[in-house]
Design a protein around this ligand. Structure first.
Ligand code: ZN
Ligand code: ZN
Ligand code: FE
Length: 768
């Protein structure tokens, strides 16, 4: 008995080899019909034996291509129409721009096997790839994703590659970056004057030799250059730090394989899965007690974790296949505060005096992108940086967001673009202070706006008058909508969890421009995309010298002590910061006169101050260092008594940490162990947050019991875990981020959602 069905598959099913997969599956199962991409996903018509159709539907999920993701699948019976053959038919796009922008993917096992097979014609070819792996986003010039619109247009396919490209039964059917040594890109080894010292195998051998002997090599990857050196070689790591002017910032490493990683870090099943995934991000893993054979102490000094990734390009694998080292430092090659380097001439000029040589290739990177960074929390990935492998995979929304662009924050920037019911969050672009960074931002935004084919209707922008995004918004020349920073954080977390009804937002953050012109960042809000109400915040204290107090946490600590404790605070500051004693009267004067002393109540600055008081970080050498050092010496899973604090105010509550700071300073001066003080301080912040929520819930029972946790301070795993646990124990429903970072990397997503609500955009007929 012949039957017929129409199967619709939604999810990531376009540009990932799904149609050829369906074609091969249909042939195997003797099913006739068609497969077609349409605006909804992939549409399959099948005719054949009922059992074969049943089996086909099952295997659409179980055998799906590596890079695909099936979100929904429906099979509806229809009348048979006597089909006899199976065909791939042209896409039904109604003339609209192609939706799919494929993401870069780590090399697959099939390609690796071929690369290591001496009988294969791509044996040891560093750019081997197929429909299931290789570069995508980074090589696309224009859509649709097709070879002439990628940087692979520089290479004419040889006969062998072309034959595979055209064969629907081949793994490389329509693999746009298909290449081999005869026709594709090749390696070059450059000295720092730009002279080519070797090509192909010779270039690789030179690089391996230099790495093995302790040198620093800039290696061109998928999204840009890395600076690489042997992670076990303390002298090399020290040289890299010295030359880069990076005394303490933790460096990521690339390790030969998971088995080797287990020698020096703990790897859970879930962490292994993410390490091995096609997205191949950097995963933060806990170091083992003795890891010095693999990792010089200076790779992540004073920190319990280290960022680890696996080799994700064929070239990376060759570097490990040929080299004696097991673990390489692989840190983004970017000049401080500037985007990652992706072109040879920039690498040559910026890395002079830093790298010893450059291992590059002639496949152009059109869109630089950093490695993604995740941590696994309770079996789910938690993004610290969302970039390569994930961008620009869109996130589905409940409400239409068409034509809205959100510009994000000043630091840890990402932008977001709304199209139909999807939000495309752009790559991590970092700090926008430098002109080069803003130029990179403009280019990246313009490309993604063109690719998504949106008609711009509105732009959402942070309310801070001095953010660089304000000027960019003016350039876009459309309706602007200002979104308060912490409101955007709250809504980002809500949208991340598909929640729309008003709820609490506990927002712990570094810096954000408040509605009263003060610097906010320790907030209890209540609201949703339509608006918010501020219920509580940390008492404001002055930041003498503004940015300088951020870079030098001891200034901020001194200001807090002086402001909150008066003369007693002044003398405490003198004892705690004896090196800076002569500067204290000036700071006191600045505070008294209110000169260049913006008022701030932020969690980030509070952590900075305590870190400085404990002598952990008086001057910061990288963003977030003081807070990270403080959290690193917190004893995990230890219950500690909170320090005393006060909550004042009525409708708008204020947390006053004066007694806590006095006690912390006293404990420090009395020589109590820093780890004990840090643990108690964490418990204090946890208790302060929970009591705010608790009191508010008692006062406003109608507000419900849902709490969003957002803001960059939730990158602090102790803080995040303890607040989550305590509020959950008290009967609240607590939500965190899981598809976007909790910090400013997730801000644009919230801004866009707020703007969409304000616009109440109506869906445009016929568009997704
Ligand atoms: Zn492959
Ligand atoms: Zn070829
Ligand atoms: Fe923020």
């Amino acid at each position: 008995m012949r039957e017929a069905v129409i199967v619709t598959v939604r999810g990531r099913v376009q540009g990932v080899g799904f149609r050829p997969f369906v074609y091969r599956l249909s042939k195997q199962l003797h099913l006739a019909g068609t497969v077609q991409n349409n605006m909804d996903g992939v549409r399959i018509v099948w005719e054949g034996k009922a059992a074969a159709i049943h089996e086909g539907v099952r295997r659409l999920r179980s055998d799906k291509p590596r890079l695909s993701r099936v979100d929904a699948l429906s099979a509806v019976p229809r009348k048979t129409s006597g089909l006899t053959d199976f065909r791939i038919v042209a896409s039904d796009r109604g003339g609209k721009s192609t939706l799919v922008i494929p993401v870069d993917s780590a090399v697959c096992d099939d390609c690796l096997r071929e690369m290591r097979d001496p009988t294969n014609f791509r044996y040891r070819y560093p750019f081997i790839n197929c429909t299931q792996c290789g570069p995508r986003y980074t090589i696309i010039e224009a859509l649709p994703y097709d070879r002439p619109y990628t940087s692979m247009k520089d290479f004419a396919m040889c006969r062998r590659c072309a034959a595979e490209y055209r064969d629907p039964f081949n793994r490389r059917y329509h693999a746009q970056p298909i290449a081999c040594d005869a026709c594709g890109p090749h390696l070059s080894f450059l000295d720092m004057d730009g002279a080519v010292r070797g090509m192909r195998e010779e270039a690789l051998a030179d690089a391996v030799r230099l790495l093995a002997s302790g040198g620093i090599v800039a290696v061109k990857g998928i999204g840009g250059f890395h600076l690489a050196c042997d992670a076990a070689n303390a002298a090399s790591v020290a040289a890299l730090r010295k030359r880069k002017g990076r005394p303490a910032k933790p460096l990521a490493v690339m390790v030969r394989d998971v088995r080797t990683a287990r020698q020096f870090v703990f790897v859970s099943t879930e962490e292994e899965k993410v390490l091995r995934s096609p997205e191949a991000p950097i995963v933060l893993l806990r170091k083992k007690a003795d890891c010095s054979r693999y990792l010089a102490e200076t790779v992540a000094p004073g920190i319990r974790t280290v960022g680890v990734m696996l080799p994700y390009t064929p070239l990376h694998h060759l570097l490990f296949d040929d080299g004696p080292y097991d673990c390489l430092v692989m840190t983004s090659a970017n000049p401080s505060g500037l985007p990652i380097l992706s072109e040879d001439d920039h690498a040559l000029s910026y890395l002079r005096g830093i790298a010893d040589s450059i291992l590059t290739h002639n496949r152009r990177i059109l869109h630089a992108i950093d490695d993604s960074v995740v941590r696994i929390n309770d079996a789910a990935p938690f993004f610290l940086r969302r970039a390569r492998g994930y961008v620009p995979d869109p996130i589905a929304t409940q409400a239409p967001v068409d034509g809205i662009v959100a510009l994000g924050s000043q630091m840890k920037n990402t932008f977001a673009i709304g199209r139909g019911n999807q939000i495309f969050v752009g790559p991590h672009l970092g700090d926008l202070s430098a002109e080069e960074s803003r130029a990179h931002y403009r280019r990246t935004l313009a490309h993604l706006m063109t690719w998504t084919g949106i008609r711009l209707r509105a732009v959402a922008v942070d309310a801070h008058p001095l953010y660089s995004t304000r000027a960019i918004a003016d350039e876009l020349g459309t309706r602007q909508m200002k979104v308060q920073h912490h409101h955007a954080h709250l809504v980002s977390c809500m949208a991340d969890n598909n929640i729309t009804a008003p709820c609490y937002g506990l927002i712990l953050d570094g810096t954000g421009y408040g509605s009263d012109g003060k610097t906010w960042g320790f907030e209890l809000l209540y609201g949703n995309a339509s608006g918010f109400r501020r219920l509580a915040h940390l008492r404001y204290t002055p930041l003498p010298g503004s940015d300088r107090a951020v870079l030098e946490p001891w200034r901020n600590a001194a200001a807090m002590l002086i402001t909150l404790l008066g003369d007693r605070g002044f003398s405490l500051a003198g004892r705690l910061f004896s090196d800076h004693r002569s500067a204290l009267p000036i700071i006191a004067k600045m505070i008294n006169r209110g000169v260049n002393c913006p008022q701030a109540g932020t969690c980030g600055r509070l952590f900075d101050a305590v870190s400085a008081i404990l002598g952990l970080c008086e001057v910061s050498t990288y963003d977030g260092e003081a807070a990270i050092r403080l959290s690193e010496c917190c004893e995990p899973n230890v219950a500690a008594e909170p320090y005393p604090f006060m909550i004042t105010g009525d409708a708008l509550k204020e947390i006053d940490m004066t007694p806590a700071l006095a006690a912390i300073a006293a404990d420090r001066l009395n020589g109590r162990p820093v780890s004990k003080i840090s643990t108690r301080f964490h418990a204090t912040v946890v208790e302060a947050c929970c009591s705010l929520v608790r009191r508010s819930a008692a006062r406003y029972p109608e507000f419900g019991r849902r709490v969003m946790l957002s803001g960059g301070s939730f990158n602090n795993i102790h803080l995040a875990k303890q607040i989550f646990q305590k509020l959950t124990d008290e009967g609240f429903h607590v939500y965190t981020h899981h598809r976007l970072p909790c910090g400013d990397g997730g801000l644009s997503f919230g801004q866009l959602t707020v703007a969409a609500q304000k616009l109440a955009v109506t869906p445009i007929a016929g568009r997704l």
